[in-house]
Design a protein around this ligand. Structure first.
Ligand code: PTJ
Length: 247
């Protein structure tokens, strides 16, 4: 079903061909974690929601793949945390940016979607089209949530002093390593779960949110995701009788 959505998204001019390749890579890593949200992802989501709720100007960034897979949940999440939604594309064309904004407005009931006509500001260090952002959105955001993001752009946002939250199934990707908080999970599971968490965590006092955020360690969480994959593969190999001796 997800593949169909991505392919259909390409036919509608929302997903780029490279998005199909990215999706295949994601599927592979999703098999490795057993296609379920694991503890390390949930811990990262809680820290991410705390960061979004504590932020002054949070932005949820939406690209082609995210729009078709979890666009409506991205809109809901931005609403829950009092943030903005911005279309931000790696392979940017004005037509595609418009189509994505239209999808978010018509199919997801989004109010204002940034990053289309107003993408007049630039992220320093990125080539022209790739660096275009809204001066009312990502440019001035203190916390930015990105999903299926490219490593250069994540690093550039960090250099601008932003707290970056990434949803990325590959714990070894440059984005996963550069982000402040990395959610190693499928965007189709992570985004709706974060909407639920935001609804619950909104009731927490500010000090509890600060505590959650300060107690979070991304290096440890990434290490746990890799350990989990390694353990799972070893167990699977054992079950299949493939391992004649322990590693
Ligand atoms: O719409 P655009 O122009 O912004 O382009 C979007 C893509 C995804 C093509 C672009 O950002 C890109 O090329 O990304 P990368 O560098 O291929 O990185 C995508 C990352 O997302 C990879 O690490 C994948 O493993 C991961 N990924 C793929 N599918 C999912 C995913 N992570 C979470 N959920 C998924 N469904």
């Amino acid at each position: 079903m997800l593949r169909e959505k991505i392919v259909e998204g390409m036919r509608r001019g929302i997903v780029v061909p490279e998005g199909l390749i990215a999706h295949g890579r994601g599927e592979c890593f999703d098999y490795l974690i057993g296609e379920e949200t694991r503890g390390f992802a949930l811990e990262a989501m809680r820290a991410a929601v705390a960061a979004l709720l504590l932020a002054e100007r949070p932005v949820v960034s939406v690209n082609g793949n995210t729009a078709v897979l979890a666009g409506c949940d991205a809109v809901r999440l931005a609403e829950e945390v009092g943030g903005r939604v911005e279309v931000n594309l790696f392979y940017r064309t004005e037509e595609r940016a418009r189509r994505i904004a239209e999808l978010l407005r018509r199919e997801c009931g989004a109010g204002e979607v940034l990053g289309v006509e107003d993408a007049t500001a630039r992220v320093p260090g990125l080539e022209h089209q790739r660096g275009r952002v809204s001066p009312r959105g990502i440019l001035v955001a203190d916390v930015v949530l990105v999903a299926l993001e490219d490593g250069d752009r994540t690093e550039a946002l960090r250099r601008m002093g932003k707290r970056v939250i990434a949803i990325d199934l590959n714990p070894l990707s440059r984005t996963a390593r550069a982000a402040d908080i990395t959610i190693v999970d499928n965007v189709v599971r992570a985004m709706p779960r974060m909407v639920e968490l935001a609804r619950e965590m909104k009731r927490l006092p500010r000090e509890s949110l600060v505590e959650i955020l300060e107690g979070y360690d991304n290096r440890r969480v990434l290490a746990e995701s890799l350990e989990y994959i390694a353990r799972r593969l070893t167990e699977l190999a054992r079950d299949e009788g493939l391992l004649v001796r322990p590693l």
